[in-house]
Design a protein around this ligand. Structure first.
Ligand code: NDP
Length: 488
């Protein structure tokens, strides 16, 4: 791909000294430069409170790139070219002073500005207002908003309203970094470019879907921050629901941003409400207690540094979600995500139904159904489990389940798999909103999540305990085994 002159931009990186910028964004931008995907005229302006000058910021960038990019991939010529793009403005984002400097800094050319807000959402509104005041809110300028967009529907609406006072929806890029993952984008190719799957993708052929996002880590020293959100807000509201939408949506009219987002929105609107009996049967929230991971003792959630012993925040969620439409009637979507799980895994399982008339040995029923496993991590790729005849004269017509494998890093050996932030930054610079979440999607997702959290709070039932290093409370096994199924 080549990047033509219309893709040059001034990237204003708000929160340039923060964790996300240092660890992910500078690195992603370096890799884009290395792949010749940053236009020669693109400039990056770091903005944060620290009193640094341009040279100081360049040194910070080099130090972080040396830390986070493998030495073999850090090319000195590219590094120098990359660093030459950088400059820095010290400012308090809540005050207008400093924004005029930014406006003056970029006034000299006609490149669009991309303002990336790698900051707490509490300052999104101020940044937008101040950009507007200094005349930087016009098209084709864009803004990128990091998660979390609120902690419920009303706080999210409040943020969106403030932003919307200054920027139009077509200028707003809301990040869900799962959408930048190669495998996640591949869901669209898999479903809509392969008739083999496209024709089978409905309740006639699919028995159920599982989405698991398991983290090995606990709260990593950020107990108070995490305790305000919990796994439902932190993972389900955004990442897992976005994955569910991409699996469940109808074919979009085309690949334009709004065609895709219209279809995702229909899925969110069709999610059956989780209240009353359905909530108690179809949801499990858990909280880890002390346990062991890889043979090492780890503390429970309430024993982590800074913990409040009364906390009922969930570190695990399992849900059986149902989509009330023709395509998915009767097909459960089991969602599961938690901290302190035995391993770090993100995967989607599409379990196909068995053939309508079964002719093999009764004890082999499980083998005679296809399963598509889509791995987001580790080892991004896909496996299709298919049944074949077991080989050997003594096997008769015994079946064997075997994988058809597509491991992305092996299949595309010449390239490393780009990080999600590389893809997303590139798409913002290209002005393509397809991989970003529209306001109505965020708000419908909050509506669904809010009623679950509200229901849990009303029930006064504490979260179920599970030992660190296990796959969650036993009731999450019951949630799926009640339907005669099991977690993969
Ligand atoms: P940090 O707290 O590490 O960084 C935030 C940055 O914003 C700092 O540079 C901070 O400056 C600056 N900042 C905050 N308020 C002001 C202000 N009033 N004026 C000037 N600068 C200000 O946060 P993260 O980098 O971890 O996260 C940034 C955003 O990205 C958050 O919304 C987070 O939820 C989201 N995010 C982060 C991820 C990560 O891996 N870190 C992953 C996914 C999302 P100072 O140091 O002076 O306070």
């Amino acid at each position: 791909m080549t990047v033509n002159s219309q893709h040059a931009c001034n990237l204003a990186l708000f929160g340039a000294m923060g964790d996300l910028s240092r660890r992910k964004l500078l690195k992603a931008l370096y890799y884009l430069d290395r792949a010749s995907l940053l236009h020669a005229d693109t400039r990056i302006i770091g903005l944060a409170r620290n009193s640094l000058d341009d040279q100081g910021f360049k040194e910070v960038a080099i130090e972080n790139l040396q830390r986070f990019v493998p030495t073999s991939e850090l090319d000195d010529t590219i590094l120098q070219r990359f660093v030459a793009r950088l400059s820095y403005i010290a400012l308090d984002m809540t005050e207008i002073t400093g924004y005029q400097l930014l406006a003056d800094h970029i006034a000299a050319d006609s490149k669009p500005m991309v303002a990336y807000m790698a900051t707490p959402p509490s300052v999104f509104g101020d940044i937008c207002a101040n950009l507007d005041k200094v005349g930087l809110s016009h098209l084709p300028n864009r803004i990128v908003l990091e998660k979390p967009l609120g902690k419920d529907l009303s706080s999210s609406q409040e943020i969106n309203d403030k932003v919307a006072e200054h920027f139009k929806e077509q200028q707003i890029y809301r990040i869900d970094h799962y959408l930048g993952k190669e495998t996640v984008q591949n869901l669209i190719a898999l479903r809509f470019a392969n008739n083999l799957f496209g024709s089978q993708w409905n309740q006639n052929h699919i028995d159920h879907v599982q989405i698991t996002v398991a983290e090995e880590v606990g709260v990593e020293g950020r107990w108070s921050y995490y305790d305000k959100s919990g796994q439902m807000r932190d993972m389900i509201q955004n990442h897992l629901l976005q994955l569910l939408c991409l699996i469940a949506m109808d074919p979009p009219y085309d690949l334009s941003a709004d065609s895709i987002r219209d279809e995702k929105l229909k899925v969110l609107r069709a999610l059956k409400p989780m209240t009353g009996e359905r909530l108690s049967q179809n949801s499990v929230r858990g909280q880890y207690v002390a346990g062991t991971q890889h043979g090492k003792a780890v503390p429970g959630y309430l024993e982590e540094e800074g913990a409040n012993l009364q906390s009922t925040t969930e570190t695990f969620v399992a849900l059986k979600a149902e989509i009330g439409n023709w395509r998915w009637a009767g097909v459960p979507f089991y969602l599961r995500t938690g901290k302190r799980m035995p391993s770090k895994v993100s995967e989607i399982i599409i379990q196909f139904r068995q053939q309508p008339h079964y002719i093999f040995a009764p004890d082999q029923r499980n083998i005679a159904s296809n399963k598509l496993i889509i791995r987001l991590q580790p080892d991004e790729g896909m496996t299709l489990q298919i049944a074949t005849k077991d080989q050997g004269l003594d096997k008769g017509m015994r079946l064997r389940s075997g994988p058809l494998e597509l491991n992305f890093s092996e299949a595309f050996k010449q390239d490393r798999i780009p990080d999600a932030y590389e893809r997303l930054l590139l798409e913002v610079m290209l002005g393509n909103q397809s991989l970003f979440v529209r306001r109505d999607e965020v708000e419908y997702a909050w509506r669904w999540v809010d009623q679950i959290i509200q229901g849990w709070e009303n029930s006064n039932e504490p979260p179920k305990k599970y030992q660190a290093g296990t796959w969650g409370p036993v009731s999450s096994i019951a949630l799926i085994s009640r339907d005669g199924r099991s977690w993969n």
